[in-house]
Design a protein around this ligand. Structure first.
Ligand code: NAP
Length: 253
């Protein structure tokens, strides 16, 4: 199977990193399903990708915490495209609340979306991949927070560290079916999630000093890494986290 004629689902793909991933996979010839909370945004983004790249693209409402919406999204994908080759678990939130002041509801919501959502989507999509017997690729978008954290990222780091081990467990369970599972670990990427922080002069200076390549990352930087791991050439890469951060985490001072 070449990169063309594959079908890829990207959760939270209507904007930010998810949209960058959808664009890169479409540029490789994949048909795209943007599964996002916001129906209007999912449809607009899918239409934009179809127009720009010429692939088939669907925008479907899907809250990754809702079983029924995940099932409906998978059924709609199969009805429209007939197969699923790639799942990218990208949907995520980062509320940035100090862990000592965080309500349980905030903590639970972060885990529900980032961790449980990835579990539910992976298990359901993998069952379809297994019965089709053509293998597949499942990518988990984690974070440098799998290893380091801050007082305002306790919920987020717990969810991402959990996602990393979830990815490894699925890699073991699904490897025998030629379905590989890997994580892409973004560094600092400019999106709506982080814009409030990185567009200020001081953080911009920080990036120049701390990121060896001298710039903040873009959603396409992450999308290109995902596309590489989803290619046929990556069939022996399974259960790893690929850090895409311009070298940021290698700098010690
Ligand atoms: P973003 O700009 O806030 O986009 C997140 C997308 O996920 C939005 O389209 C959002 O939909 C959707 N979403 C939120 N909750 C959802 C749910 N329950 N079900 C389905 N979709 C949902 O964030 P981003 O920066 O692109 O982040 C994408 C992923 O990369 C996240 O997992 C994040 O943790 C990870 N990441 C980001 C960075 C960074 O620097 N930006 C670094 C490391 C890791 P709405 O528009 O409806 O809210």
């Amino acid at each position: 199977m070449s990169d063309k004629n594959k079908v890829a689902i990207i959760t939270g793909g209507a904007r930010g990193i998810g949209y960058g991933i959808a664009t890169c996979l479409a540029n490789k010839g994949c048909d795209i399903v943007i599964a996002d909370m916001n129906e209007e945004a999912a449809k607009v983004s899918a239409a934009a990708i179809a127009k720009e790249t010429g692939v088939g693209a669907l925008g479907i409402t899907c809250d990754v915490t809702r079983h029924a919406q995940i099932d409906a999204m998978i059924e709609q994908t199969l009805k429209h495209f007939g197969q699923i080759d790639i799942l990218v678990n990208n949907a995520g939130i980062c509320p940035f609340v100090n862990i000592m002041e965080m309500d349980e509801a905030v903590f639970t919501k972060t885990l529900d979306i980032n961790l449980t959502g990835a579990f539910l989507c992976t298990q359901r999509v993998a069952r379809k991949m297994i019965s089709r017997e053509k293998g597949g690729r499942i990518i988990f978008i984690t974070s440098l927070s799998v290893n380091v954290t801050g007082a305002e990222q306790g919920d987020y780091a717990a969810s991402k560290a959990g996602m990393h081990m979830l990815m490894k467990s699925f890699a073991i369970a699904l490897g025998p079916h030629a379905i590989t599972c890997n994580a892409v670990v973004p560094g600092m990427i400019l999106t709506d999630m982080t814009r409030h922080h990185w567009e200020k002069p001081e953080p911009a200076k920080f990036i120049k000093g701390r990121v060896p390549v001298g710039r903040i990352g873009t959603p396409l930087d992450i999308g290109n890494a995902v596309a590489m791991l989803c290619s046929d050439e990556s069939s022996y890469i399974n259960g790893v986290g690929l850090i895409v951060d311009g070298g940021h985490q290698t700098v010690c001072v």
